[in-house]
Design a protein around this ligand. Structure first.
Ligand SMILES: Nc1ncnc2c1ncn2[C@@H]1O[C@H](COP(=O)(O)OP(=O)(O)O)[C@@H](O)[C@H]1O
Ligand SMILES: [Mg+2]
Length: 317
């Protein structure tokens, strides 16, 4: 018996969010912010917290510093039911942090990647491959060590009969240098959003991008925000699924990560890709009903209740 359903491999950092700031930052001056929040950041952490909330036994492999922010990250993750025993603690690098200056709908962010950028396949305890059914990899462009070793990690997973999913997330360098032709054949579920997919494939339309990845994918779901999602499977017709529209969005932070959590939770339980897509669209929509990426995911019962009361859906998980 595997100890875990899912192990997430990805970045970890804290967000220092400053609200109600008196004007924009200026070099050489000092300004006040009227409010501050210190939270667990990083999209892989949102994914892990929310899939654990849905009932998947979840572990996390990521690198943090042996420091105050590292403690905060670890206790936050374990508070959300995620196993932290595989976290790698560095004496050399400090934990990453993002300083978010919040101006109404817009944010100016500055990120120090810290330890997350340095984790490589070498740092990982290889017994993880015998402990889980599935590995989810995310945010590769923020982790140069993982990006470099991506195909080794995916191939090792396949050799061990562990299924994999990949959400590249945004490339802050905007280089989009992922060799999708060689990577995607080793990915069971590819989870980009529409914009990211177009950049990765250097396509101008979604149709063109889909044509380019088609020969290499197994399952791919393209996340399309308020437009819902597009499910692609090798040798099958694409399935477009409208979003369960929320016209009263609190914020969309983490909607894509919550979509991933719902889809992968269902996929690992053996649901068809079509059913997993419905669960993903619902958990993405549920994410938008509360603040931040994990606000709506307090318990499985609470998530099911939001599906029922806000979207008139039965969440079959
Ligand atoms: N306003 C919304 N109402 C309902 N569902 C939404 C809304 N915004 C996003 N979603 C759902 O969440 C999914 C992921 O959101 P999206 O913004 O596409 O991802 P990402 O955060 O990766 O860019 C979408 O495919 C959709 O199903
Ligand atoms: Mg995303």
């Amino acid at each position: 018996m595997n100890k875990f359903d899912v192990i997430a491999i990805g970045e970890l950092n804290v967000d220092v969010i400053l609200n109600s700031i008196d004007g924009e930052p200026e070099v050489g001056k000092e300004k006040f912010a009227k409010e501050m929040n210190l939270t667990l950041g990083s999209s892989t952490a949102i994914f892990a917290a929310n899939i654990a909330c849905l009932g998947s036994r979840t572990g996390f492999v990521g690198m943090i510093g042996r420091d105050t922010f590292g403690h905060l990250i670890e206790s936050n993750l374990s508070g959300k039911g995620v196993d932290t025993s595989m976290l790698i603690k560095s004496d050399k690098y400090s934990s990453g942090a993002t300083i978010c200056l919040n101006y109404n709908e817009d944010r100016a962010n500055v990120t120090y990647q810290g330890a997350m950028d340095f984790m490589t396949f070498d740092d990982m305890d290889k017994t993880l491959f015998s402990k889980t059914k599935h590995i989810h990899l995310s945010s590769i462009f923020m982790q140069s060590g993982i990006k470099k070793d991506l195909s080794d990690i995916l191939k090792t997973a396949r050799d061990n009969n562990v299924t994999t999913s990949l959400d590249t997330q945004w490339d802050p360098n905007e280089k989009w240098d992922m060799d999708y032709e060689s990577i995607l054949p080793y990915v069971d579920v590819f989870l980009p959003n529409e914009t990211e997919l177009k950049f990765i494939t250097q396509a101008t339309t979604l149709e063109e991008a889909v044509g380019k990845i088609a020969p290499y994918i197994h399952i791919c779901v393209v996340k399309r925000g308020r437009k819902g999602s597009l499910l692609l499977q090798r040798n099958r017709e694409p399935i477009h699924l409208d979003a369960f529209l929320n016209n009263d969005v609190i914020d969309a932070i983490g909607a894509g990560d919550s979509f991933n959590a719902g889809f992968i939770h269902a996929f690992v339980k053996g649901e068809t890709a079509g059913n997993a897509q419905i669960v993903g669209n619902l958990t993405g929509a549920i994410n938008t009903t509360a603040a931040g990426g994990t606000g709506a995911f307090t318990s499985k019962e609470a998530v099911k209740a939001i599906a029922r009361t806000r979207f008139n859906q039965t969440l079959k998980i």
